[in-house]
Write a protein that binds this ligand. Structure first.
Ligand code: MRU
Length: 346
């Protein structure tokens, strides 16, 4: 474990033989990278949320497959079965972000089509997934910033920045790109219970010297009532074909509040977050995490009496979303036609 320069926000660093993962559970107090050399370690890093955020989960899993190929290709004639088992294991790490399953499918496909040098094929596929995500984020940043022309204030939720992606970010990428054009007032919700907003988003913006005002999640309605924000800007873990969007718990609440107050809602996500085969958000699996993330330890003595319900995502219906920004273009009013039109867009 090593301390790194805090000015370079990188969730993941590929060394060629290992994956270094910034432990986001320790931020903002400690900048500590853990180093992994096998798929089991990467699976644990995703499940325990050392690395989190839909695109970053997909990228980490892709490198997990590379590590699996490196481990098994030279040592076993059954290497492909062992890699397939590792792919299965990685797929079990978290259920909601579709980027995970997309990235694993890309990796499997790359291995299916390369027989001479699987290590090189896996590595170049993972590196491409990583690099393409950064390019997509920069493109979305500009497209989203176009929508924010003249806007004075925005509210964001969870962490959708460099920490949650290959770099730059999705919703936070739009805020970064927009701020470069014209300063805007950025409000960040603390994002209970894991506090991605206060621990990660506020920290990331501070690294870039972008002023940010933290609010308690429960202050959002009151903030909107003051007229201080014109847009709620969020990322996504899975977007169904009709535009219904799964994202961090609390996003749906914000969208309902936004409707009441005439505030617009922007979802920013690469097309790797679109689940083309899922017609509506109704069937998206919502991850439930441990009660202990919510419930103070002192309640352990009341087992059977006191419990916690801890869904960590919710689904915002398309009708509450004004714009879905992807690297292939912007869908305004997604409730009208969904996002299917983006599938073959370049
Ligand atoms: O549980 P997390 O922290 O992985 O949830 C992250 C989110 O919900 C993000 O908003 C989403 O993954 C988009 S990240 C660019």
């Amino acid at each position: 474990m090593t301390e790194q320069n805090p000015l370079t926000v990188q969730a993941l660093q590929w060394t060629g033989t290992s994956l270094k993962v910034l432990d986001q559970r320790k931020l903002p107090e400690h900048i500590i990278y853990d180093e992994y050399t096998d798929a089991a370690g990467v699976t644990e890093a995703i499940a325990s949320m050392r690395v989190r955020g839909a695109p970053a989960i997909g990228i980490a899993a892709a490198y997990g497959v590379v590590l699996s190929v490196i481990e098994h290709y030279t040592s076993s004639s059954h290497w492909r079965q062992q890699v397939n088992a590792d792919v299965e294991m990685l797929a079990q790490s978290r259920p909601t972000a579709v980027n995970l399953f997309w990235a694993l499918a890309q990796m499997t496909d790359a291995l299916d089509h390369e027989h001479d040098n699987p290590v090189a094929a896996a590595q170049s596929c993972a590196e491409k997934i990583h690099a393409d995500d950064i390019v997509a984020n920069l493109a979305m940043g500009e497209l989203g910033a176009d929508l924010l022309r003249g806007v004075k204030g925005v509210l964001t939720h969870c962490n959708t920045g460099a920490l949650a992606t290959g770099g730059h970010g999705t919703a936070l990428g739009v805020i970064r790109s927009s701020y470069r054009r014209n300063p805007i007032n950025v409000y960040a919700g603390e994002t209970r219970p894991w506090l991605q907003g206060v621990r990660l988003t506020v920290w990331e913006l501070a690294q870039d010297n972008i002023p940010v005002t933290l609010i308690a999640d429960s202050a959002a309605a009151w903030l909107m009532k003051t007229g201080a924000v014109e847009w709620v800007i969020v990322g996504a873990d899975r977007i169904a074909a009709n535009g219904d969007t799964a994202n961090k718990i609390g996003t749906y609440s914000l969208a309902v509040l936004a409707k009441r107050h005439g505030v617009k809602v922007m979802v920013v996500a690469p097309t790797t977050t679109i689940d083309w085969n899922m017609a509506t958000g109704e069937h998206i699996e919502i991850e439930q995490r441990q009660q202990s993330e919510l419930l103070p330890e002192c309640y352990n003595q009341y087992q059977g009496v006191v419990s916690a319900w801890n869904p960590v995502f919710d689904v915002t219906p398309a009708e509450l979303i004004d714009a879905i920004v992807t690297e292939r273009g912007v869908v305004l009013n997604p409730a009208a036609h969904g996002v299917g039109g983006l599938k073959h867009a370049v």
